[in-house]
Design a protein around this ligand. Structure first.
Ligand code: ZN
Length: 233
């Protein structure tokens, strides 16, 4: 046995190539087993049904998955455990999505930032998943990550527990400018995990534009679908 294959076997023993979504052995040795590759609720396009936003402040919003099937539990693992394989999997998907959204490298937004998390929440979870995802994505896309542009005040209520009207108000009052910078002429890529009503992204985008951002493209791991969102309200 060569040293390389011995090492590969050892690595397999230590880190079995299980599917990041269902946990089954991944025959393809990639992040996903063959069944998940076929069955995951891929979305991979722009979401445009934000008609109920008073004024859409962002220029476009794209997402990798719809928020169903195995995706909610996988995102939950991203949020609660600093699981590098899950992070890498989602980041690779976001990278492909962004590259498909912008035909040339030059058109990819110049600065990456993310929907902020309150300090209390970050302490509770032990890490900020949106920041981890953004940093890794920034390295792949060769773009700087601005972590301090936006901040969420403590004691903000969790968006998904609120109805749509409360979400607008809550997003308005809880997310504020962190470090004011001159973003004049810069295009921004705003990262989020799950898009529901779009209220949070809208608030973030309006603050980025207040600082001069030329355009804001939102890229999310998953989106609820319009009909599902309506059903939840
Ligand atoms: Zn699987």
């Amino acid at each position: 046995m060569s040293t390389t294959s011995f090492l590969a076997k050892m690595i397999d023993l230590l880190y079995p190539p299980n599917c990041v979504c269902c946990g089954e052995l991944s025959e393809s040795r990639s992040y996903l087993c063959n069944r998940c590759i076929e069955e995951l609720p891929w979305y991979r396009k722009e979401r445009t049904d934000f008609d109920y936003l008073p004024v859409p402040e962002f220029d476009r919003c794209v997402a990798v998955f719809t928020y169903e099937g195995r995706i909610p539990e996988t995102i939950q693992r991203l949020k609660t455990k600093n699981d590098k394989r899950v992070i890498r999997f989602f980041v690779r998907q976001l990278e492909t999505l962004v590259k498909n959204t912008f035909p040339t490298e030059l058109e990819i937004p110049r600065i990456i930032t993310f929907v902020p998390m309150s300090e209390a929440q970050e302490r509770q979870r032990g890490y900020n998943h949106a920041q981890e995802v953004s940093r890794m994505l920034g390295r792949l896309l060769n773009r700087p990550v601005a972590s301090d542009l936006l901040m969420e005040r403590d004691n903000a209520r969790t968006q998904h527990l609120l109805d749509v009207n409360e979400r607008f108000l809550n997003a308005q009052e809880s997310i504020v400018i962190g470090q004011r910078r001159d973003l004049t002429g810069f295009s921004i890529l705003l990262i989020d995990d799950i898009v529901t009503s779009g209220a949070t992204l809208n608030r973030c985008a309006s603050l980025l534009k207040e600082m001069g951002a030329q355009s804001v493209t939102c890229a999310a791991i998953a989106t609820t679908t319009h009909s599902k969102h309506k059903a939840e309200e």
